[in-house]
Every structure is written in structure tokens, then in C-alpha cells.
Design a protein around this ligand. Structure first.
Ligand code: ZN
Length: 426
């Protein structure tokens, strides 16, 4: 995305309902901080389109809506003027719904799915549909049948580079046109043959997700937690926002989670193999005095434990003393989903500090790292790992084939050594 978005608080003192200083700027991630007060100041886009650098008011106060506006400018590859603005997504009239038009089909697709989807999923559907509508109008298309496979490909390319997101978006686009197809509004689905960028020969569709972090990568993250995270130098003066700050000033937000919090989060993830949502909900009761850590309960009620080292037990207990039994945040005010989203964003900010990456980092890769570390030990069986992860042996063998092989080589070596000097038939 060539454009960046930021909220700029009102130029007139007292007009910002959050009470933020005149002209203060903040990013979307800032608003996820605890204690952030919501306001309705406008969101601006900044960046270069067609060689022209500008900051421009999107005239939206909601991030998702502002993103759609920015996306329209990006897909038109120009800013548009006040006189001849880039055509914004037309409001879809409530009364007339023509299913063969993009607008009509989108409206029917969304209303058909609305009741069945969870809030988050519905939001994703709405966002991708708004992008579809925007892209369609940037092409001057009105009807569904004007879409060709190459339009779908071009649309896909406009999303950026994250292969996982692209793949999810693409499946939504496919679902949209499939919906139109089964309703007989079109004859063929233009998205059907468009390839998922993650699908490569020999790769499963989720290959990118199964990649463990290397020890070196984990070390790099811990270093960034200790030395860089949350210690960005301040660029702009706090008093006058059009002035550069004195050199060496460090951002110091009262509510900002620190690198220590992230280091704890990563350590718990790697040492337990728990999924990010379970780490977010990590309760101190999981940790036994022996250092064993309850990670799951099998179908027949047996508890499965992993073991965590002393230093990590101490960190976990220290967190519980400070934050309460839910060591990564209490869920009383916001739902589990938004807590998970908060941690995802913090991790993303950290990963940005550790760039470049050979493969896109994701929270799932901590769990794979847990599996990788275990499988690399000669005396650990696939069955052990399957039990700890709560997966079947078959899944572990398939997902971690690379590491299982390594383990086999090691086992073979052990067997060779063990039987080398043993008596054999004469
Ligand atoms: Zn404001």
C-alpha cells in the first residue's frame, strides 16, 4: 500500500471529543492502546501517487472506511481533485436491486451471508466487497459479466504482498462470483481459475504457516524486545507538531506495552506450543509448582502437561502479581478476539524491527517452533509431539515432514552407533 493513514486531531482547540491536542497525529495502532479515548477527528492519507506527494483528508473518521477511500485513490493511481474527484463507491440505493450489476450482486451477497457469519468474518466480507465495488467503478464496470479473469488477477495484485491475506481475500472473491453463478446472474465465474499465490508445486495451501522460526530468529526477536521495541525516537516536537523534536527524545507512552511484555508472550508461546488465542487467555493456574504447565485436556479427561524452565515460571508469576491471573490481559472489557488482535499487532510491530525476514512471520510459527524444537531431539517421538500439540500423528508427520526426516536421520545415527560394536552372527 503506497498510502499511509493517520488521524489528525482537530485544528480548533476543544473540538476533539477525545480531548487530544490540536493537530496531534496518531496511527490506527495507537488507538488500540489501553486507555485510548475515541474521537471523531478526520483520517488523512499521506504518500505519493503518480509522482505527486500529498497529505489528503479522506473525510472519514472510521479506519476501515478511510482505507477504502485510500484504496480508491491507489487503484486510480491519482489523488483526484476537489473539482474532478476520483469516483467514490456509489451509495447503493436501498430500493432497486439489480442482481446483474456489481452493486446489486454485492448487496444480495452480503445480505444473504449476514445472518450466518460471525461479526469479524462479516466485516471481512464487507471490506472485500467494498474493494470489489471500488475496483469495479475504477474500471468503469457496472455489470458482473464485465469482469474477466485478468481483472480478477489485477484486482488480486492490488492487495499487496502478504500471501496469506491475498489467499483469504481471493477465496472470498471466488465465493462472491460463485454465488452469482449459482443464482444464474453470470455464466462463468471469472475468479475460478485464478491461482492462489501460495499454491506452488508440491506445496500444501498452508505451507507458509507451517514454517517454524529458527533459533536465530527467536533470538533476534528477544533482542529487539530488549533493545528496540517501544523505544522509537520521537520525530516531531510534542508542543509544536510542525517542528522536529530535539534529537535523542524517546517516545514514552504511559499505556504502551513494553518489550518485556512481548518477550514474555513469545517465550510462553514457544515453550508451550499454545495457539495465540490460548496464550492471550493464559491463566496462572496452568502453571504447577513443579514447573509443569497444563496445556490441554484430552477427550477422555486426561490432562497433558508441558514443562517450562525456572526463569519463565518466575516471569509468569511476576506477571500474575502485576496484571492478575490472566497474565496477558483481562477479558472483562473486550472480547477474546480483540485481545488476540492487539497482540497480533504488537507482534507485527516487533517483527518490523527485525526485518528482513526470509518468510513472513506469523503467530502460528511459534507453535511450529515448539514442534520443531521437540522433533529435533533424538528421543522424542512423533506421537509425543502429536499429544502435546493435540494433533494426530498423521497431521504432525505431514505438517512437520522436514523436521521428522531430520529426526529420523538422527535416530538412524543413534542406532548405528548403538549397534556398531554389538555381537553379530558369525
Ligand atoms: Zn481527536
Amino acid at each position: 500500500m503506497p498510502l499511509n493513514l493517520y488521524r489528525r486531531h482537530h485544528r480548533t482547540a476543544g473540538k476533539c471529543t477525545g480531548g487530544y491536542p490540536v493537530n496531534l497525529r496518531n496511527y490506527e495502532s495507537d488507538e488500540l492502546r489501553r486507555g485510548w479515548k475515541k474521537c471523531h477527528c478526520p483520517i488523512y492519507a499521506v504518500g505519493t501517487l503518480n509522482g505527486e506527494f500529498r497529505r489528503r483528508n479522506t473525510k472519514r473518521t472510521d479506519w476501515e472506511e478511510a482505507k477504502v477511500v485510500a484504496f480508491q485513490w491507489e487503484s486510480a493511481a491519482r489523488w483526484g481533485d476537489e473539482e474532478s474527484p476520483v469516483q467514490l463507491i456509489p451509495e447503493i440505493p436501498e430500493t432497486i436491486v439489480q442482481p446483474t450489476t456489481m452493486e446489486g450482486a454485492i448487496r444480495l451477497f452480503l445480505s444473504d451471508h449476514a445472518g450466518r457469519l460471525a461479526v469479524n468474518t462479516r466485516r471481512k466480507y464487507e471490506i472485500i466487497c467494498r474493494k470489489l465495488a471500488a475496483f469495479s467503478s475504477s474500471k468503469g464496470y457496472i455489470f458482473l459479466e464485465q469482469w474477466t479473469p485478468s481483472d480478477v488477477r489485477e484486482f488480486r495484485q492490488s492487495w499487496g504482498v502478504n500471501p496469506l491475506t491475498t489467499s483469504k481475500n481471493l477465496s472470498l472473491v471466488k465465493a462472491f462470483f460463485e454465488f452469482a453463478l449459482v443464482n444464474e446472474w453470470i455464466d462463468k465465474n471469472p475468479a475460478r481459475l485464478v491461482k492462489d499465490p501460495r499454491m506452488r508445486a508440491g506445496d500444501g495451501p498452508r505451507a507458509a504457516e507451517r514454517l517454524p522460526f529458527t533459533d536465530g530468529e527467536i533470538r533476534r526477536m528477544f533482542e529487539a524486545c530488549a533493545n528496540e521495541y517501544g523505544k522509537r525516537a520521537i520525530k516531531w516536537s510534542k508542543e509544536r507538531h510542525d517542528q522536529l523534536a530535539a534529537p535523542g527524545l524517546i517516545a514514552n507512552y504511559r499505556y504502551k506495552w513494553s518489550g518485556q511484555d512481548l518477550a514474555d508472550f513469545i517465550a510462553v508461546s514457544v515453550y508451550t506450543g499454545l495457539r495465540i488465542s490460548d496464550v492471550c487467555a493464559f491463566h496462572i493456574d496452568r502453571v504447577q509448582a513443579s514447573g509443569e504447565c497444563h496445556i490441554r485436556t484430552t477427550k477422555n479427561g486426561r490432562k497433558v502437561y508441558t514443562w517450562i524452565p525456572d526463569w519463565l515460571q518466575q516471569r509468569i508469576r511476576a506477571r500474575a502479581a502485576e496484571h492478575g491471573p490472566l497474565i496477558f490481559g483481562s477479558h472483562t472489557t473486550i472480547d477474546t478476539n480483540s485481545i488476540t488482535e492487539l497482540w497480533r499487532r504488537r507482534l507485527k510491530n516487533l517483527w518490523r524491527l527485525c526485518e528482513p525476514w526470509e518468510a513472513n512471520p506469523t503467530p502460528h510459527r511459534f507453535r511450529h517452533t515448539f514442534a520443531r524444537i521437540l522433533l529435533q531431539r533424538p528421543n522424542v517421538t512423533v506421537r509425543d509431539v502429536a499429544e502435546l500439540l493435540g494433533d494426530t500423528e498423521d497431521v504432525v508427520r505431514r505438517h512437520y515432514a522436514a523436521w521428522v526426516t531430520e529426526r529420523q536421520e538422527r535416530l538412524t545415527k543413534i542406532l548405528q552407533d548403538a549397534f556398531d560394536e554389538k555381537p553379530r552372527p558369525i
